[in-house]
Design a protein around this ligand. Structure first.
Ligand code: SME
Length: 175
């Protein structure tokens, strides 16, 4: 008797799968159209939040936190979002959002309960991805997306969402 070892599920098989049809080419075209429509940052963040919340499966929160406060002690303040009510203020460097802002780098967290200092706004959240938004080289906000499913965000999601943030940055740099 022989066994087909390729059929044995490995750890990678338990991860959230990429969609059969990559949703990002369409989402990026829709985002560009929304951004072309209006140059106001808050309006753009509001529409991008709605676009992503309704355009991607298995999410429970999508929104922006904006940099506020003095340069030497900035904080992230809740901006346009979709989902349940959320924490209003996050210290720079704290939680997943504050870490993305302070390190100027995307945080893709497969299990929020394993992230030291994670700030639980919605108890349903199991995984999270946060990307910095930059203007003139400075982090001015973060885009935060939560899912009730562990390991929801794939490399495809990270790439597509970073491209979407780059569209927002380019539009703001052109204002
Ligand atoms: N979980 C985030 C806080 C924001 S909520 O998810 C909307 C964090 O750890 O920074």
């Amino acid at each position: 008797m022989s066994f087909d070892l390729t059929a044995v599920p490995g750890p990678a098989d338990h991860s959230y799968p990429d969609s059969e049809v990559n949703p990002y080419p369409l989402l990026l075209r829709q985002a560009q159209a929304l951004l072309d429509d209006c140059s106001d940052l808050i309006a753009q963040m509001a529409n991008l939040s709605a676009l992503l919340y309704h355009g991607l499966p298995d999410l429970n929160w999508v929104g922006f936190y904006r940099r506020q406060g003095p340069a030497e002690q900035p904080v992230l303040v809740l901006g346009p979002f979709q989902g349940k009510v959320a924490c209003v203020e996050i210290p720079w460097g704290k939680g997943v959002c504050g870490t993305a802002a302070a390190t100027n780098s995307t945080q893709r967290v497969a299990d929020v309960h394993a992230f030291a200092g994670h700030i639980a706004c919605d108890a349903a959240s199991e995984s999270e991805i946060v990307m910095p938004v930059r203007l003139n080289g400075q982090v001015i906000a973060v885009l935060d997306i939560d899912s009730p499913i562990k390991d929801r965000f794939t490399a495809q999601d990270q790439q597509g969402l970073e491209q979407l943030v780059a569209l927002l940055e380019a539009r703001q740099n052109a204002v």
